[in-house]
Design a protein around this ligand. Structure first.
Ligand code: SF4
Length: 312
């Protein structure tokens, strides 16, 4: 089976940034359309190229997409998922492997949810899509005590619905729009409150073994995605139509990272690199590293050295 190991993110980047630099088949006005000045066009093309390259690299590094995959792209109507779909569509055109994309939106029945926006957008794109209707909003309202944040339960229910639907439509991968900052925020939330050193992996097998989740935006900066989304004029649907406040601790982690990024350029890059570069022998997890067996390892090492001296 051919896999995306053979992807060349550079080739991808060059091949589709020709012409206007943007696929505007969905009719949005982007920066590289006529009327925008050259400097703006160049900046947009550079941004698009960077996102494509980072997504291409993440796909290669984690072997996220393989020949024949049916990738279900979870589309919430936020900047991240629109960007994910757009970048995957553009990579798909030049990919060395054949894969299909199916956009899926879960209509959770929040009051005021503008039901027409995503179908209109997706019809225009010509992408296969499904709108899954499930009233998780009422469940969340009923189960969450007054004044408590609803996002944790809401996300759990959403995940359950989407995972189940992926099986129904025979999707082989579920693509989510989490980016670098989401991963780092999760790392800190787990450090501060969970007592565990874990973040959000770029690729994951669900607990029941039925789904593989991929996060192709793992290497992308949130600021780049926000700017891309702004320039592409995606029809954003706010998440908090349900009236919930954002999770306060996640919000604080986000602000902490943003402040560090401003004050100490390169810190976030270093932290993200650390997530990909773990040294179990320098931590203290007895499951990950055999501290108990060090004496035996030492004895083996000494014995092989003595043997080597005898032979020479
Ligand atoms: S803001 Fe509302 S819809 Fe969005 S995740 Fe939280 S509870 Fe769910």
């Amino acid at each position: 089976m051919q896999s995306v190991e053979h992807f060349d993110p550079d080739a991808f980047a060059h091949s589709s940034v020709s012409g206007s630099g943007v696929d505007n088949s969905h009719g949005v006005v982007a920066a590289s359309e006529p009327g925008k000045d050259g400097k703006e066009k160049r900046a947009f093309n550079k941004l698009q190229k960077r996102l494509r390259r980072q997504v291409g690299n993440a796909i290669i590094d984690y072997d996220m997409i393989q020949e024949g995959d049916r990738v279900m792209v979870c589309l919430s109507g936020g900047k991240d998922s629109y960007t994910l779909l757009e970048i995957l569509r553009s990579l798909q055109r030049n990919a060395p492997v054949d894969f299909s994309l199916i956009a899926v939106n879960l209509d959770q029945k929040q009051p005021g949810f503008p039901e027409h926006i995503l179908p209109a957008y997706l019809d225009n794109l010509g992408v296969e899509y499904h709108i899954l209707e499930q009233d998780t909003y009422s469940v969340v309202k009923e189960k969450t005590p007054e004044g408590k944040t609803t996002c944790a339960l809401c996300s759990r229910l959403r995940r359950g619905s989407l995972y189940g639907f992926a099986e129904e439509i025979k999707a082989t991968k579920i693509a989510l729009g989490h980016h670098r900052e989401d991963i780092l925020e999760t790392l800190f939330l787990n450090l501060f409150f969970g007592g565990t050193l874990k973040a959000m992996p770029p690729k994951l097998l669900s607990d029941d073994g039925k789904n593989i989740v991929i996060r192709p935006l793992s290497y992308c900066k949130e600021a780049d995605i926000a700017e891309f989304s702004r320039q592409m004029a995606f029809p954003i649907i706010p998440c908090n139509l349900c009236g919930s406040q954002p999770n306060m601790q996640r919000q604080l982690a986000k602000e902490m990272l943003a402040e560090w990024d401003k004050k100490y350029p390169g810190r976030l890059e270093s932290m993200f690199k650390a997530v990909t570069n773990v040294a179990p022998s320098q931590l203290a997890d007895r499951e990950l590293f055999d501290f108990i067996g060090l004496e035996a390892k030492q004895a083996d090492l000494m014995a092989s050295r003595i043997q080597a001296v005898k032979v020479s």
